[in-house]
Design a protein. Sequence first.
Length: 137
Amino acid sequence: MSCATLIDVNRCTGCWTCSMGCKNAYDMPLDEYRLFIRTIGGGGIDQAGGEWPNLYLKWHPVFTKKCLGCRGDSTTGNVPYCVFNCPTGALTWGDPEDPASGFSKRKEELLDQGFHIWQQPEWEETRDGVFYAEKGI
Ligand code: SF4
Ligand code: SF4
């Protein structure tokens, strides 16, 4: 079974809970992250871009090559810790080859709602199997 992660960008609030859940689960050093949150805005963390009143601000969780693509454990219902800890339901995980998986069903749902699905370019050197869903881009 292959595994993929779907990020609903329109639900992401940039809270970093996914990243912290991963760090805590793996007891990682303070300065090490397998997943970080990129602010799409004015350049700094949580800084809006544009000029008032035409401001924009959103976040892209970025799964680095250090991400294990893990499946969590029984305490999370066998979903990855990042997915389990996201408070907004922005992350979905599952087998992209299985039409009945959570990943496939959510992807279809978002496509039906007019979301655009995309992946990071290769030069970003991110983990394979990560898809972004965005509406209004
Ligand atoms: S899939 Fe696993 S290793 Fe990767 S960010 Fe999520 S919890 Fe961390
Ligand atoms: S994916 Fe979820 S947990 Fe991660 S920053 Fe976005 S809203 Fe927070």
